[in-house]
Design a protein around this ligand. Structure first.
Ligand code: CMC
Length: 431
């Protein structure tokens, strides 16, 4: 039975329908609020705003639950891999053996970039940030595949499957080439479709002339798990950006390029870089972590990798990555002091009233940097790894918007706080 909620303004009651998601999340449907009342809802940062209906990912931040298409992240992390989870997120169902084979084959065969695209890397300074390169080149990828990037929804949707496998594959080559450009390695690399997704990526990134990269420590497996755990996370800053851009009818490549830019910031994907920088500075200062905890409590520092807008409990991905970090370091035989500092910070924070009362727990970025560092990924490329992992989620969200014939361009309102109307004074009279 449909029920309504009432908003009372002055002496008047206004009724709005209550809508309920499949996990009993309730929302007041305020789409007619302004028309009925003349008011708009003010929710800076959108912490209380359901910006869309989506069937892709469910999070219960209070309980620490994350599910993609209904499947708990713990089960996917244990039994699936990145490519299969990407298929699930994009298509809504787990693949059959035949459909996974076809999807994986298409992804693995699409990795090589053409010579004109490779020459784009030569135009960047070696100091260019890899996220800037990634965002630019993903957008440029649309110009090299213009038939899939027409900004005509019907056409872009018809080509979605091809565009999606191409993007998921080539994002690795773009990341590898930006690394090679920065460190002065030859750019004439080719993807090898006989290798697995992550193994091929690491080979493209780290192989030297005549010396092919060899994965001796299970790096590909650890990175695959990292990608899987980042594959989607409902309406975060970058995914909502992708949806915002897509809502105007923009093509997949342009929308995802915008998502990459949104991910770059230190409050979002850039946090994995910031965590390592924080751990390194704690280590260099000889602090065991306790001075830093005090600084975070007094507002002088931020405990990077802690806290989340949605999780008010342990981020389930952080639990899995914490265990994976220990395993990876054991396998490599490295005793990284940063892992000890991270464990001490985590323990101290989880016992401290400042963090407990604010429900601040480790998030996905807290341990991920330790894994990436251990497998040889430079700190500057950490957020690029996050972006590669998040591509399936962004694409699924783009598709959801594009397929919804009723979706409207995203166009929020604002509360204007500037000057009231003024009369223009000509320059010569302004003194
Ligand atoms: N260290 C110390 N204090 C913190 C932290 C932290 N990491 N995070 C939040 N707080 C405090 C904050 O100062 C505030 O205190 P008070 O109530 O006294 O003013 C209180 O906790 C509530 O914080 P908030 O700023 O309202 O929380 P938010 O939901 O706006 O921000 C956040 C969430 C993730 C941006 C924030 O927790 C943060 O900056 N964390 C560190 C950066 C980080 O790890 N980001 C990665 C997020 S997860 C990956 C992703 O989604 O991209």
């Amino acid at each position: 039975m449909e029920s309504n909620g009432i908003i009372r303004i002055d002496d008047e009651n206004f009724e709005f329908p209550i809508i309920e998601g499949t996990e009993q999340e309730k929302a007041l449907d305020l789409r007619t609020l302004r028309a009925k009342t003349g008011f708009v809802a003010f929710d800076e940062g959108y912490g209380n705003t359901g910006s869309c209906e989506s069937a892709i990912t469910f999070i219960n931040g209070e309980k620490g639950i994350l599910r993609h298409r209904g499947y708990p992240i713990e089960q996917l992390a244990e039994h699936s891999n990145f490519v299969e989870t990407a298929y699930l997120i994009i298509n809504g169902e787990l693949p059959t053996a035949a459909s996974l084979n076809a999807f994986e084959g298409n992804v693995l065969r699409s990795g090589t970039l053409n010579a004109n695209m490779i020459s784009l890397f030569k135009g960047f300074n070696t100091s260019a940030h890899p996220m800037a390169m990634l965002s630019s080149i993903v957008n440029a990828l649309g110009t090299y595949n213009a038939q899939y990037a027409t900004n005509v929804r019907k056409i872009d949707l018809e080509h979605f499957d091809t565009a999606a496998t191409l993007l998921m594959s080539k994002v690795r080559s773009i990341a590898a080439l930006s690394y090679r450009m920065k460190v002065g390695l030859p750019l004439d690399i080719e993807s090898d479709s006989s290798k697995f997704y992550t193994e091929d990526f690491l080979t493209m990134m780290f192989s030297k002339p005549e010396i092919e990269y060899e994965d001796t420590c299970g790096a590909a497996k650890a990175l695959d798990l990292f990608f899987l755990l980042h594959a989607d996370h409902e309406q975060n800053c970058s995914t909502s950006t992708v949806r915002m851009v897509a809502s105007s009818g923009a093509n997949l490549f342009a929308s995802i390029s915008a998502g990459i830019s949104a991910l770059w910031g230190p409050s979002h994907g850039g946090a994995n870089m910031a965590v390592i920088e924080m751990l390194e500075s704690i280590h260099a200062s000889g602090d065991d972590g306790s001075r830093f905890i005090e600084a975070a409590k007094s507002g002088k520092a931020k405990l990077m990798g802690f806290g989340h807008r949605v999780y008010k409990n342990y981020d389930p991905r952080a639990k899995i990555l914490g265990k994976s970090a220990i395993k990876v370091l054991e396998k490599i035989g490295v005793n990284d002091p940063l892992l000890d500092i991270a464990s001490r910070l985590e323990k101290a924070a989880l016992e401290d009233d400042y963090f407990v009362s604010r429900k601040l727990y480790p998030n996905v970025d807290f341990y991920s940097g330790i894994i990436l560092k251990a497998i040889g990924i430079p700190v500057e490329f950490f957020t690029v790894m996050f972006a590669i992992g998040r591509i399936p989620g962004w694409m699924a969200n783009w598709k959801e918007i594009a397929k919804n014939s009723k979706s409207r361009i995203h166009r929020p309102r604002q509360i204007y706080t500037g000057s009231n109307e003024r009369n223009f004074v000509k320059l010569e009279k302004r003194g």
